[in-house]
Design a protein around this ligand. Structure first.
Ligand SMILES: Cc1cc2nc3c(=O)[nH]c(=O)nc-3n(C[C@H](O)[C@H](O)[C@H](O)COP(=O)(O)O)c2cc1C
Length: 214
């Protein structure tokens, strides 16, 4: 049983990373081995259109471009559970997240009939952290992020989308030009809501592993 955890946010110890680490602990508690990777430490780009994955005789679901991401793509396709997290940047996942999805999706896509080459099942937890409140997320982001979650159905498993709202973006708001944020509200949200988010992430990691055993 293997769980792969991918942090597609640049900060290694902040909101997204904390959610992912908690989800990873949940996965471990259910008996899975866990590998945790900070994607911003690696050297890669999005799809380079080399077309090697579409050559006759090419291995299916394998990205041929020689950089740090291709081995990770192999690991995703071999995993039982994928826990991936991103912050919201300007209404979207981070650019790193898109680079991964571009390469993952394209090498599993048949250009003969647009079917999915991938036949195993990988359960996915998609963790999304943001400044936005739940109300703002529901109104402006939810539809798009449910779409990003649907894209991960190419891995044929359950996809669980977890939005984490109203995160603390900096430790001390008084040191920044961030008057648009209510620092007190942020502090309260961190104290009251974030522990619950971490617990929910733990439960999701645990459940996604357990469900692969059923
Ligand atoms: C470049 C940039 C763009 C951002 N854009 C948004 C946004 O459009 N909506 C939002 O709710 N939060 C936005 N944020 C805030 C982050 O999503 C939020 O602080 C998140 O929890 C950061 O994750 P991290 O702590 O893992 O880095 C942005 C942050 C940065 C640095």
């Amino acid at each position: 049983m293997q769980t792969l955890v991918l942090n597609a946010s640049p900060r290694k110890a902040w909101n997204t990373a904390k959610l992912l680490k908690s989800a990873a602990e949940g996965a471990k508690s259910a008996g899975s081995e866990v590998e945790y990777i900070d994607l911003y430490d690696l050297n890669f780009t999005g799809c380079r259109s080399c077309m090697l994955c579409k050559r006759k005789g090419a291995q299916r679901c394998h990205c041929y471009w020689k950089d740090d991401l291709s081995p990770i793509i192999d690991k995703i396709f071999r995993a039982d559970v994928l826990l991936i997290g991103t912050a919201i940047y300007l209404g979207r996942p981070t650019s790193r997240y898109f680079e991964v999805l571009e390469r993952l999706h394209f090498c599993a896509l048949s250009y003969d009939d647009y079917s999915n080459y991938f036949t195993r099942r990988v359960n996915v937890g998609l963790f999304v952290s943001m400044n936005a409140s739940k109300e703002f997320y529901d109104k402006l982001y939810k539809d798009a992020f449910e779409g990003y979650a649907r894209e991960l159905q190419m891995l044929n498993g359950e996809v669980c989308l977890y939005p984490c709202h109203d995160t603390l973006q900096v430790a001390d708001y008084s040191k920044y030009n961030m008057a648009g944020f209510d620092a007190e509200r942020k502090r309260l949200s961190r104290e009251k809501n974030f522990p619950r988010d971490l617990e929910n992430a733990y439960q999701i990691g645990q459940r996604l592993v357990r469900e692969t055993c059923e």
